[in-house]
Design a protein around this ligand. Structure first.
Ligand SMILES: Cc1cc2nc3c(=O)[nH]c(=O)nc-3n(C[C@H](O)[C@H](O)[C@H](O)COP(=O)(O)O)c2cc1C
Length: 271
């Protein structure tokens, strides 16, 4: 099957998923690649995402070991018409749970054939200098793996005419004890709302513009805690360092997240 164009769709508040899917797309060698960033609320206000290109590459970060629930409606609006799709999840080296198999089911239900899948590591949203969690990931080695994965996808597609026969087998995955017992939005149990330090804030408003759930008032720059995900895109975006990550249960974060992330997990590829 000849692939001349690709559509890359991603949700990526802190940029790691974007880096991974872009490297995969680069590795395919496809010249015509169109990108759709669904991170901002305005980009998710669509009724239908029709993929006209020959291949879909879709990437999301893992939240609470699952596909972020705020994406449910947007992902339902995908329309595939039998085209091949690659599903990618990026997680902070704690646990990727059931996210990848969920994504496979989502694209299948949307009419795509999931021909490849991968779970990559990205720096954890809660990572700080004090408690580094998968800091610096995806690193050069991850990007190299992502490019190679892109090449493998093209080789797989080029070697067949009937893509329905080359669906990727993805393990169901399982939820760890934490994801089973903690309530939804448990990120809020670990971290404070990243309120602004008015002495440092320059009032540029970038944090508000980049918030994936529109939780930051553009005038007051106050955060609506009922909307805040704790993705900390506002913290990463602020050059003046007027917002910061503060752990509610520092010892717990250090012990559970910090310790777990010590193992250097590898990317998992399914073709
Ligand atoms: C609300 C929330 C929940 C998360 N849950 C998990 C998780 O269950 N397991 C994990 O390893 N990382 C988890 N992470 C970390 C992200 O998956 C990781 O940092 C990812 O690289 C972020 O992608 P992005 O840079 O594209 O936004 C979570 C992050 C947030 C904000």
């Amino acid at each position: 099957m000849l692939i001349n164009s690709a559509r890359v769709i991603y949700f990526s508040p802190t940029g790691t998923t974007k880096t991974v899917v872009a490297a995969i797309a680069q590795g395919t060698g496809i010249k015509k690649v169109n990108y759709t960033d669904i991170t901002l609320p305005s980009a998710r206000k669509v009724n239908l995402i029709t993929v006209k290109e020959d291949l879909l590459i879709i990437g999301i970060p893992v939240y609470e070991e699952k596909v972020p629930r705020l994406l449910t409606e947007t992902l339902k609006s995908l329309s595939g018409e039998g085209k091949p799709a690659v599903v990618v999840t990026v997680y902070g080296n704690i646990a990727d749970g059931t996210a990848l198999s969920e994504m496979k089911t989502i694209v299948k239900n949307a009419g795509f054939v999931p021909v490849a899948a991968a779970s990559f590591i990205g720096e954890h949203s809660f990572s700080t200098k004090e408690v580094p969690i998968a800091a610096g990931r995806p690193n050069l080695c991850d990007e190299h793996n992502a490019k190679q994965f892109g090449q493998m996808i093209i080789n797989k597609l080029n070697s067949t005419e009937d893509i329905s026969k080359i669906e990727a087998v993805v393990p169901n995955g399982k939820l760890l004890f934490m994801a089973k017992v903690l309530p939804e939005n448990s990120a809020k149990m670990f971290t404070e709302k990243p309120d602004i330090d008015k002495n440092l804030c320059t009032g540029c408003g970038l944090c508000s513009k980049l918030c994936p759930v529109g939780a930051i008032d553009i005038n007051t720059l106050e955060i609506d805690d009922s909307k805040c995900l704790r993705c900390f895109s506002c913290v990463r975006a602020c050059d003046a360092q007027a917002r910061k990550i503060t752990y509610k249960k520092k010892l717990l974060v250090k012990k559970v997240l910090g310790a777990k992330s010590k193992k250097d997990s590898e990317v998992k590829l399914y073709l």
